[in-house]
Design a protein around this ligand. Sequence first.
Ligand code: TRP
Ligand code: SF4
Length: 400
Amino acid sequence: MFADRVLSGMRPTGNLHLGHYHGVLKNWVELQQQHECLFFVADWHALTTHYDSPEIIEKNVWDMVIDWLAAGVDPSQATLFIQSKVPSHAELYMLLSMMTPLGWLERVPTYKDQQEKLTEKDLSTHGFLGYPLLQSADILIYRANRVPVGEDQAPHIEFTREICRRFNHIYGKEIGFEEKAQAAIKKLGSKRSKLYNELRTRFQEQGDESALAQARSLLDEQQNLSMGDQERLFGYLEGGGKMILCEPDTLLTEASRMPGLDGQKMSKSYNNTISLREDADSVNKKIRTMPTDPARVRRSDPGDPAKCPVWQFHMVYSDDKTREWVQQGCKNAEIGCLDCKSPLIELIQAEQAPMHERARKYEEDPTLVRNIIADGCERANQLAEETMRDIREAMGLSYS
Ligand code: TRP
Ligand code: SF4
């Protein structure tokens, strides 16, 4: 019905590191090869928690885009843009707020969790409560059907689906919908209309998803049907009226296994990161000074990789042979910790070399980055406007 479209956003709250690379960006790079992709800087979302430190946001926006490009996100394949440069996200957010029950927002689990966690900030604001709704607007405005996010964001996508259904339910009803749908079925021709009706019944009475899929592809193939009729028949399949907005699916991103330098999860707040574009010397130094199994005081003391953060890195970077060598060498005190670390230093530097290479031209000439974003924003504005026209019309706002 609606074309396959992937959308995801990231808040510009700090330097990206290898955790972001392994957790998110590698996934984006893969997705951009298979689907139409939109990736954006969620600067308004950053303001919901950082409204008192705008300088952090401004600096991080451009650095973050360079990090994306360095990681291999390709502006010739994906559309890259900044949320605040597509103001209709705010228009949709406001329009959706009219029909969003307050209780739905208060019940989103991240709301209370984050308020309790970030105690140093006053987050009893309208903007923070509305965080998931702004995210819904981000998604629904592009009719994106796949949203790659980590587990922590899954409740926000679920919330978006509920908002979408509510919207379609309230505004998808046309006067005389049933009659118009019946008339459209007739236009399919007798064989196809019979099939359509059968498939619709099978889905509605038995919940048969394959019948739904089959009916949708039947509609996709119809060339002599007007857009309006086609949309009606898509909507009629599921019972209701027109589908104005598209329900997104969560593409759950596997949690990053990237450990930090101290063995905890890699995170800015633990101060244990290697940044995406960390220079080679600094990588060398950080790995060499990484803590190891505390029981291995001297080289002659045997160690246990299970108690060593360096081993976690081998789990991410090394092949079986190297891992075997570490296990043997550590437990029998045959290798020193610096020996153990040296293949890792090389592997991380090798992973980062192409990133430095890609980033260089953007670091030298920031207008290249500005231009990529300007192009992306233009395209995003166009796509958003297509949906906004239907939304304004549905909400009674398209008077001439
Ligand atoms: N809330 C997301 C995060 O913190 C960022 C985000 C904003 C987003 N809007 C989005 C992600 C829309 C996916 C789709 O990670
Ligand atoms: Fe850790 Fe490797 Fe040293 Fe063993 S040899 S303690 S795994 S750094």
